[in-house]
Write a protein that binds this ligand. Structure first.
Ligand SMILES: [Zn+2]
Length: 63
């Protein structure tokens, strides 16, 4: 069983690159019963969306 620290690291990594199948399984199974890591994943996704929006705004400035 993986610990929350390992899972949050995998979740962060998963935002940067495609995880291996066994890594995705470990994350998904852990997320089923761990509300803390679910919240972490949600936060990283929201942060990522914000960063993408910010990038769009920045690109607009340079036109
Ligand atoms: Zn956890």
């Amino acid at each position: 069983m993986k610990k929350c620290k390992q899972i949050t690291e995998l979740v962060s990594l998963g935002n940067e690159q495609q995880l291996a199948f066994n890594q995705r399984c470990a994350v998904n199974i852990h997320l089923l019963f761990c509300p803390y890591c679910r919240a972490f994943k949600k936060n990283t996704q929201q942060m990522r969306q914000l960063m993408q929006q910010f990038k769009v705004w920045k690109d607009d400035d340079h036109k």
